[in-house]
Design a protein around this ligand. Structure first.
Ligand code: PHE
Ligand code: ZN
Length: 853
């Protein structure tokens, strides 16, 4: 069968399915290359929306099909089947054969290290059996699994099991994308939770026997913390007798919220102090929370269609961000989230892949699991909460859960809940879901006779398919400082609704210093003429921690940019500013570490492009190195003292406070290494008893061109641990000198444990190459071509991961004509690859500007 020409799907074409599926019984006879799946379902015509009986199906071998027990011959195409059916309730049955062992796309039923597992979101269930594979068709699933394996799992509650079989029943109607099955030789790390109404729930984290068994304890604690948090903060209780998590090595994404049976990329659940960094622990905690929170925001209330993806993802990301803030510091979490949003979401908004939080069309839905849908989607929830206030927000959420429980809902439903419970009109707010692009918020100030005025102007640049934009509602949190460093007006949320708008503040004795967009109150780019003296003042005195950090960041960008374009020396205001923060022991170490960190080279390339300079990645790289040396020299008297203060005695703990100390200590070490030839880093490497300290020391050494022995020792020590090896592959590429990055990646692909079929390993090498700005944009174009060649090969194996990684090229229009020409050649070459997947074809087409989306 050959793929039909790719088709564009439009939101405006949505129509409900013509049938209800009241229940589904699935029987699996597992076999690596010939698994049999029998589906039996009770079907009822949907009187309100009559339509053809079409079931999705892809790569399925139909063995037989029956209606009410009588064999039928449906019309089968490469997209599914159509069949004549009675105009009354009937029973549909069909048997298909599939081959999990040869399924390298990791979608549908596949095998990973001898274990059977599934991934159905968004449209993978159609690779398991013929079915209406759309989220608005919700049904009650009963599953029987037959296979010669010790552990056989599916969704819901266990109904029975014996030698070679198990049965599961999920009482909650769900769409097919939440279906999951696992079969393998697995070991459970058990746990237990009692819900707020006193129901006992069995918890398990399943891993393969062996070293992974010692990496489950943290994940189990994280799961229990998440369950408690959702009860306490949102009043949401778990609703089955059992909650299972399974770790899988081959997985395209981070993890999946299948009802009662979450499946995780092993990198997102397995943790131990010796093998995982603080950042890993924080991420694992957040992802476990995220998937667990989906049980209410995603599963109990799901999406009507895939255009509504942000309904579950934006809200669930917002909830996991709140959770992480509660585990440590909200200010630090906000800064971390803003860094990611600005670097990656603003970058997406600025280029050919820009799309609204709720897109209006797609070719391949897998290409829309983006930072815009997820992280900007979460920002929209945060803005709503800021606009209506905390109490009204939780009241609206209660209404959302009551009104839409058991339904497949839309963004319109979501906004209506807020309108009904607060009385607000959210018509204009909805533009945030519909208009792509990052609004620019320009501001000017005026002071006269005790009245201070701020005038804002909003504009959003055109994005593919959207030339003009209407004004959006922007919550602008503002505070006013006096020039002696005290706050004269605490934070107020100004509600900007027009293209241009002035807000005044009366009764001021002197012209204040404004602190605008506190706590990053909206995902916009603030444009302001500000002197470095004023930035330094806010960096020293702002009472809002986010803006305090942001003032320092703006200063760093200015200094960095002028080092690139004017060969300027770093501004003393910046160096003195970071010295003062570093020295201030009253400040949270995690916050101080963030103040010491510089914008990435890719961020600087974007800044330069925005200022109409064609960025030169090599020059940016060298300026960054020079700036770090200047910082180190300026701070040299303080660094050893602060680093010593951050030392922790006693056993490793991943808690936020300890992690913050290590983060600041290692930020000091990175600077110190520029002065001491790596002596301190080498000593730390030797003494380290946890991965955070060990790999930070190794990274410091590699960055200054040393550490060959340590790198070899690290490789030998951890050779058998695939998750640690992913770090080593990645670090080896990312710390290579720019001119060596491509050759380093190439050399690593020849290592015996490089396996392009494993997405984690492929991403470790090529994600690191794409993320090495100066190496990726090497003037010879060698990295572009190398990535292009590997992506063309990977596409035949795994379209989803390939398509995602093509985004490395999304910023190509920023660069000079030589680089553009070389990238165009690579993209054109990819586009011409025989049998290129729909996934990759869509991405490459959008980047080349072929199809407005
Ligand atoms: N829904 C998953 C999440 O956000 C992500 C995912 C999407 C995983 C598609 C696999 C496939 O948690
Ligand atoms: Zn999610």
């Amino acid at each position: 069968m050959k793929d039909a020409a790719p088709q564009t799907i439009y939101l405006k074409d949505y129509r409900p399915f013509g049938y209800h599926i009241d229940d589904v019984h699935l029987t699996f006879r597992l076999s690596p290359e010939a698994t049999r799946v029998v589906a039996r379902m009770s079907v009822r015509p949907n009187a309100a929306y009559p339509g053809a009986f079409f079931l999705h199906g892809q790569d399925l071998k139909l063995i037989w099909a029956k209606i009410d027990g009588a064999e039928v011959t449906p019309d089968v195409t490469d997209a599914g089947l159509t069949c004549d059916v009675p105009d009354a309730p009937f029973v549909w049955e069909a048997e298909v054969e599939i081959s999990p062992a040869t399924n390298t796309a990791l979608e549908g039923l596949y095998m990973s290290n001898g274990m059977y597992c599934t991934q159905c979101e968004a449209e993978g269930f159609r690779k398991i059996t013929f079915y209406p594979d759309r989220p608005d068709v919700m049904s009650v699933f009963t599953v029987r699994i037959e296979g010669d394996l010790p552990v056989l799992l599916s969704n819901g509650n266990p109904m029975g099991q014996g030698d070679g079989w198990a049965e599961w029943h999920d009482p909650w109607p769900k769409p097919a994308y939440l279906f999951a099955l696992v079969g393998g030789d697995l070991v459970a790390h058990p746990g237990q939770f009692t819900t707020m109404s006193g129901k006992d729930v069995d918890l398990n984290i399943y891993v393969r026997p062996g070293p992974d068994e010692d990496k489950c304890a943290f994940g189990m604690e994280a799961l229990k913390r998440s369950m408690t948090w959702d009860e306490e903060v949102y009043g949401r209780e778990y609703d089955l007798d059992i909650f299972n998590i399974v770790a899988v090595d081959d997985f395209n994404m981070g993890a999946m919220e299948n009802k009662g049976l979450n499946i995780f990329n092993s990198s997102c659940v397995l943790a131990s102090p010796e093998t995982s960094t603080d950042a890993n622990f924080e991420r694992i905690d957040a992802i476990i929370a995220h998937e667990y929170f989906h049980n209410w925001t995603g599963n109990r209330i799901t999406c009507r269609d895939w255009f509504q993806l942000c309904l579950k993802e934006g809200l669930t990301v917002f909830r996991d961000q709140q959770y992480t803030g509660d585990q440590g510091s909200h200010a630090v979490k906000r800064i971390e989230d803003a860094i990611v949003l600005r670097s990656h979401q603003f970058r997406e908004d600025n280029g050919p892949l820009a799309h609204p939080v709720r897109p209006e069309s797609f070719i391949e839905i897998n290409n829309f699991y983006t930072i815009t849908v997820y992280e900007k989607g979460a920002e929209l929830i945060g803005m709503l909460k800021r606009l209506v206030g905390d109490a009204a927000y939780y009241k609206a959420l209660d209404l959302y859960f009551t009104r839409h429980d058991g339904q497949a809902a839309t963004i319109e439903d979501w906004l209506k809940v807020f309108e009904d419970s607060t009385g607000r009109d959210l018509t204009q707010f909805k533009r945030w879901y519909e208009q792509a692009g990052t609004p620019r918020l320009a501001v000017t100030e005026d002071f006269k006779d005790g009245t201070y005025a701020l005038t804002f102007t909003q504009t959003t640049p055109p994005t593919p398919g959207q030339d003009t934009k209407a004004p959006q509602v922007i919550p602008v949190a503002v505070g006013l400082m006096s020039d002696d460093g005290t706050e004269v007006l605490p934070t107020q949320v100004l509600e900007m609704t027009k293209a241009e708008q002035t807000f005044t503040f009366d009764g001021l004795a002197a012209k204040p210093v404004p602190s605008i967009l506190r706590d990053f109150s909206a995902p916009v780019i603030l444009q302001r003429d500000q002197t470095n003296a004023e930035r330094a003042f806010l960096m020293a005195h702002d009472t809002d921690p986010f803006n305090r950090w942001d003032a320092g960041n703006a200063l760093a960008r200015d200094v960095y940019r002028r080092m690139v374009t004017e060969d300027a020396a770093p501004d003393a205001a910046y160096l003195d500013g970071i010295a003062a923060i570093l020295r201030d022991d009253s400040l949270d170490p995690a916050f101080r570490a963030l103040v010491l960190s510089l914008p990435s080279e890719d961020d600087m390339a974007q800044d330069l492009a925005d200022a109409d300079h064609i960025p030169d990645p090599t020059a940016i790289h060298h300026a960054g190195e020079a700036l770090r040396v200047a910082m180190a020299q300026h701070l040299q008297d303080i660094l050893p003292r602060v680093r010593a203060d951050m030392a922790i005695n006693g056993p490793y703990s991943p808690d936020a406070k300890s992690a913050g100390k290590r983060s600041l200590g290692n930020a000091c070490l990175a600077l110190l290494s520029r002065l001491d030839g790596g002596a301190a880093a080498a000593a730390q490497y030797k003494a380290a008893d946890n991965m955070t300290m060990q790999i930070a020391a190794l990274a410091c050494l590699l960055k200054i061109g040393k550490g060959a022995d340590e790198s070899a020792a690290f490789r030998a020590q951890w050779r058998e641990d695939r998750l640690v090896m992913d770090k080593w592959f990645g670090l080896t590429v990312s710390s290579a000198a720019p001119q060596d990055a491509a050759a380093t990646a190439d050399r690593l692909t020849a290592e015996p444990d490089f396996d392009m079929k494993n997405p984690n390993r492929f991403r470790a090498v090529f994600g690191a190459l794409a993320g090495h700005a100066a190496g990726f944009h090497d003037p010879s174009g060698v990295s572009y071509r190398m990535l292009g060649d590997w992506l063309a090969r990977l596409d035949a194996i795994n379209p989803q991961t390939t398509a995602r990684m093509t985004t490395a090229f999304a910023t190509w229009k920023r660069y000079d004509s030589n680089r553009q020409a070389m990238i165009r050649t690579v993209l054109k070459g990819l586009e011409a690859t025989p049998n290129l997947s729909r996934d990759t074809g869509e991405m490459v087409g959008r980047m080349l500007g072929d199809t407005p989306s």
